[in-house]
Each structure stands twice: as structure tokens, then as C-alpha cells.
Ligand binder design. Structure first.
Ligand SMILES: Cc1cc2nc3c(=O)[nH]c(=O)nc-3n(C[C@H](O)[C@H](O)[C@H](O)COP(=O)(O)OP(=O)(O)OC[C@H]3O[C@@H](n4cnc5c(N)ncnc54)[C@H](O)[C@@H]3O)c2cc1C
Length: 539
């Protein structure tokens, strides 16, 4: 079943983004953002206004047949990015609503979808998604919340009694409806649970490092009885599969958070670098400022954006099963966003460490993005496993085919093509050496996958771009692709020799194939490319 619509037209998306900008400028100015962060207050009135009839932001997450706008993956990514530029705490409240809606969207019967989604669309309910538990985080399959069937005199199941505690639930204390993963006799299953049911209670809001304007609480289910039709899909045991089906979309939303927060931090630093004079000139005139704190992060954020756009277009085109792509998008974009925010704080010097300049808030807020919706390590595990299998199954064709196409493209094409072929060689050799049995090696391969795939996406985007965007994207593509080639060669050689017990002949053969001097040659003119990026960003 298609989860969302194929997307809004450009005009409607533009209208949504304009509306969002107007509301956040009016209601979420700097003083309000800092005050909410300071007091750890969830801005319930603002969120309700955004869910109200005039704005109806939640309608973006809902298909047209239930009264929504039928937003697609591109729309979700763009809106997430823009919201993250303003306040990641408020953005997180909307992510949680999208997450909470998802199990109904993908798992509900037509009647359940029409009933619950129709009410959410019409009445603007705040929804929450309850999967995590105090003792169960990444290993979702082991959840302990139980759903015990209630039977009538004839033995038919008429309802379920839910008992357990959900941990770290965004919107937990303010939601009207929860989608809860619980263990029924047939396996983990999603249930809809209304807040006002007897036995539902919530804990105190968590005191958090960042996104302090979001509401995060425990949700406690103490023998909560729900009718049998609150089991989504009316069949037990489909919960984990339903959770997986939506990852392409929700992980892309979190990727949008990484890109948006990172870009905001960076653009503030670029501006600051022009205003702040030290040693008789603006900081931005210092190569060590731009080429260390700005350029590398701008390159990675452009790469993240290019990759997310490609994944979104594929999802909107109806492709399914893009779990690894959702993981690459989230992993790469959120790590890039974190690194950019950290550099932004550094670039503001002592002022960056104060609350006034907000980059320290962005730094704290964006930190969550590598943790929720599956940690970076869980993403690396998914990416490594999926790509290892795909490369072995296709005997390397998975990367060799796109490599042939990349070779003919503009800046970075040759480097990205070489990196993709080298990665195919590396994964095939690693398979023969049984390297992926070592989780560290699998994670390193996942890191290389993300470098190579984002480099390829950026090369394609730069090749198709028109001026003036091209002026920025071309050197970014060249730098990122050269970096990917270097990383594959260096890391591949390290992996080949990582254990004394590895087959020495196989390791030598792999190292020979990962020609380091060839890989390093792609970096020729690196400083010139960095100068071009710094100049393009200054415009
Ligand atoms: C602010 C906030 C909001 C949240 N909102 C929600 C929500 O709305 N709904 C919801 O259900 N959950 C929510 N969560 C929970 C969040 O998704 C989990 O915290 C996250 O999935 C990680 O689980 P955990 O905290 O139990 O960490 P753990 O799973 O215990 O992991 C701890 C560390 O071990 C690593 N690790 C775990 N497994 C492996 C492995 N197999 N191999 C290598 N390393 C591993 C992790 O990457 C991490 O670094 C939220 C959390 C926070 C902090």
C-alpha cells in the first residue's frame, strides 16, 4: 500500500513553506525560542494553531482520501528542513505526529484509516508513537508491553488489555491518541489507544540536553482495555513489518532535520565570519576559518541534500523497499548536521558558547538526530548488511553499473566512478575474507557506502545544475567525490590488514586493487576547489 501521495505540485509546496515561514516568524521569534528552551516548555498553543483549520500542517502527512493534502517524500523532506532551521524542538513534535500516524496509514484497514485518519485530519489531534521502553530501545523486537486478548463467552476476541511502560515518547504528555506497539499472542502489533482510556497515565517530562521545547514523557499502560478493532490491520503480528515500511519516509524527515539545522548553523557562521574582525580583517578572509570550519561542512550538507532529493524522488515515483536508502540519508545527513553545528559553535568563538547567538542551542538540538528514529549505529548495521548482500548478489554490478554512467559526468564524475568500483571490489573481497562478521568492519563499510552514494548523487546533481547554483555544486562534487575515493582506498587497506589472522595473500591482493596513489590523484587542486566553495558561499 502506498503510504503517502506522490506529492504536492511546486506551487502548493511553495504555499505550505510560505505559510510555515509566516507563522514561525510571527510566533517563534528568537526571544520565544530562547525562552522555550530555557523553561523547557512545550508551546501547546503554537502547535495547536499549526494543527488548526487555518494552517493544518498535519494535513501534509495525510493522504487525500482521508482529507489530507497527500504530501510526498519531497514535501516532507523540505518542510522538515525548513522547520529544523527555526526550532528542532517544535519540528520534533510534528515528526512525532507523522510517526504516530504512520502505523495507521500503512497497517490500518480501510475502515480504520477512514475513522482515525479522518478524525486526525479534521480535528487536528496531537498524536504520539509509542515503541521504545525503559529496557528496550534499538532491539525493538524484544518489547515487553503485552496485549492480552479479552474473550467473550464464545471464545471470540472482543478486545485487548494492554500493560507496560513506554519510554521517551515525544508528545507523550500532550497527545490525544497513541499508536502503541505491544506483544499480542501472534507477535508484536500496533494498537491505537486514546489518551482518555482508563489506565493510561503519563510520566513527568524528561529534562533534556536539547529539543527542550518538545515534550518527552513515559506513557504508562496499566491494564488498558481497548476494543478488538483498535488492533491495526485486525491481525496480530504485523507490527515490526509495519514499522519497517515507513522508515523510508520518517528517516528522510530526520535527515531533513540534520540538513536544515546544519545549514542554519553554517549560514549564521558565514554571516558572523563577515562581520567579525580579527587581526585586521574579517574572519572569513582567513583560510583556516573558511577551509576548516565552513567549506568541508557545506560540502557534506550539499551531498546530504542531493542524496535525500534522489531518495525522495524515488519514493514519490512509487519505489518501495528503500530501507537502506532511508538509512543512508538519515545516517549521513544527521552526522553532517551535527558536525556542521559543532564547527559553527567553534566559528563563533566565545560568543558561540553563549546562548545569545543560538548556535549552541542548534548544537544541542541537532544532537538528538543521530539517536532517535534509529541511532547512527543501527543505520550503519542496516546499510552494511543490505549493501553487502546487494553487491555479493550482483557480483559487484550494484556499484559497477552506476559507476559506468558516472564516469561521463562533469566534476567529480571520474572520482565517484572510481570510488564506486573500488567499493564493489572491497565488498567482494571482504566477503571472501569473511570480514563483515566483524561488526566494526561492517560499520566501516557502511560509512564508505554513505560516502560513495552521496558523492554519486552530488555529482549527478552538479552535472544537471544551472548557474549560479552550479558554481557552488561543481567544486563541492569534486571535493566530495575525491574524498570518497580516498576514504575507500585508505579504509579498504586498513580493513584488509585489521586482524593478524586474515589471509595475507587476499589482503595483499585487495590492497593492490585499491590503488592509493590513483585515489589520491583525484584530490589534485583541492585547495582551488575549496577556494571556489568559499567564494560561492560568500555570495
Ligand atoms: C528526545 C527523545 C525523543 C524520542 N521520541 C520517541 C518516540 O516518540 N517514540 C519512541 O518510540 N521512541 C522515542 N525515542 C526513543 C529513541 O528512538 C531511542 O532512544 C533510540 O532508538 C535508542 O534506543 P535506546 O535509547 O534504548 O538506546 P540503546 O538501544 O540502548 O543503545 C545505546 C547505544 O548502543 C548502540 N547500539 C544499540 N544496539 C547496537 C548494536 N546492535 N550494535 C552496535 N551498537 C548498538 C546504540 O547505537 C547506542 O549508541 C526518543 C528518544 C529521545 C531521547
Amino acid at each position: 500500500m502506498t503510504r503517502h501521495g506522490s506529492g504536492l505540485d511546486d506551487e502548493t509546496l511553495g504555499f505550505v513553506l510560505d505559510t510555515l515561514k509566516r507563522v514561525t516568524e510571527r510566533r517563534l521569534g528568537k526571544a520565544t525560542r530562547l525562552a522555550l528552551d530555557d523553561s523547557e516548555e512545550f508551546p501547546i498553543d503554537l502547535v495547536k494553531e499549526m494543527l488548526g483549520p487555518e494552517i493544518g500542517l498535519h494535513l501534509l502527512f495525510l493522504p487525500e482520501d482521508v482529507g489530507g493534502l497527500g504530501g510526498g517524500a519531497r514535501d516532507l523532506f523540505r518542510v522538515s528542513e525548513e522547520m529544523a532551521r527555526v526550532d528542532l524542538g517544535v519540528a520534533t513534535a510534528f515528526l512525532a505526529i507523522a510517526l504516530g500516524i504512520d502505523p495507521i496509514l500503512v497497517g490500518g484497514t480501510d475502515t480504520q484509516r477512514a475513522h482515525w485518519l479522518g478524525r486526525i485530519a479534521e480535528e487536528g489531534w496531537i498524536v504520539a508513537y509509542g515503541v521504545t521502553e525503559p529496557a528496550v530501545g534499538s532491539d525493538v523486537a524484544t518489547i515487553g508491553t503485552v496485549a492480552e486478548p479479552i474473550r467473550n463467552g464464545c471464545g471470540d476476541v472482543t478486545g485487548y488489555k494492554l500493560s507496560g511502560t513506554k519510554q521517551f515518547i515525544t508528545n507523550g504528555g500532550v497527545a490525544r491518541l497513541y499508536t502503541i506497539l505491544a506483544r499480542a499472542p501472534g507477535g508484536p502489533s500496533f494498537f491505537v489507544v486514546e489518551r482518555d482510556r482508563s489506565g493510561v497515565s503519563v510520566g513527568a517530562p524528561e529534562h533534556k540536553h536539547g529539543i527542550r521545547a518538545s515534550n518527552t514523557t513515559q506513557v504508562i499502560l496499566d491494564g488498558v482495555e481497548v476494543p478488538a478493532d483498535h488492533l491495526l490491520g485486525l491481525e496480530e503480528g504485523h507490527g515490526l513489518e509495519q514499522a519497517k515500511q515507513v522508515f523510508g519516509y520518517t528517516r528522510l524527515m530526520v535527515a531533513g532535520f540534520g540538513v536544515g539545522a546544519g545549514e542554519e548553523a553554517l549560514s549564521r557562521t558565514i554571516e558572523y565570519g563577515h562581520d567579525r574582525l580579527q587581526f585586521g580583517e574579517p574572519l572569513y578572509a582567513k583560510q583556516g576559518f573558511t577551509h576548516k570550519l565552513i567549506v568541508p561542512h557545506a560540502v557534506r550538507l550539499e551531498a546530504a541534500r542531493a542524496y535525500c532529493e534522489e531518495v525522495a524522488a524515488r519514493l514519490d515515483g512509487g519505489e518501495v523497499g528503500l530501507q537502506a536508502e532511508g538509512s543512508v540519508a538519515k545516517y549521513f545527513a544527521t552526522e553532517a548536521g551535527n558536525a556542521a553545528a559543532d564547527a559553527a559553535l567553534q566559528g563563533h568563538g566565545g560568543y558561540g558558547y553563549t546562548r545569545e547567538y543560538e548556535v549552541e542551542k542548534i548544537r544541542r538540538d541537532v544532537r538528538i538526530t543521530t539517536i532517535y528514529e534509529g541511532t547512527s549505529e543501527i543505520q550503519q548495521s542496516i546499510i552494511g548488511t543490505h549493501r553487502w548482500r546487494a553487491v555479493v548478489r550482483t557480483k559487484g554490478g550494484f556499484y559497477r553499473e552506476p559507476a559506468a554512467e558516472l564516469r561521463s559526468l562533469g566534476p567529480g564524475g571520474e572520482a565517484a566512478s572510481w570510488a564506486a568500483e573500488a567499493l564493489a571490489d572491497l565488498i567482494l573481497a571482504a566477503h571472501a575474507m569473511r570480514l563483515p562478521r566483524e561488526q566494526w568492519a561492517l560499520f566501516e563499510i557502511a560509512r564508505l557506502v554513505a560516502e560513495v552514494e552521496t558523492a554519486s548523487a552530488l555529482v549527478r546533481k552538479a552535472d544537471a545544475a544551472a548557474p549560479p547554483v552550479r558554481e557552488l555544486l561543481e567544486p563541492c562534487a569534486q571535493l566530495h567525490a575525491a574524498g570518497a575515493a580516498r576514504e575507500v582506498a585508505v579504509t579498504g587497506q586498513r580493513l584488509a590488514r585489521a586482524r593478524d589472522s586474515f589471509d595475507a595473500a587476499a589482503a595483499t591482493e585487495l590492497c593492490g586493487r585499491l590503488d592509493l596513489s590513483r585515489a589520491l590523484a583525484f584530490g589534485a587542486g583541492e585547495l582551488d576547489e575549496m577556494d571556489r566553495v568559499a567564494a560561492a558561499l560568500a555570495k
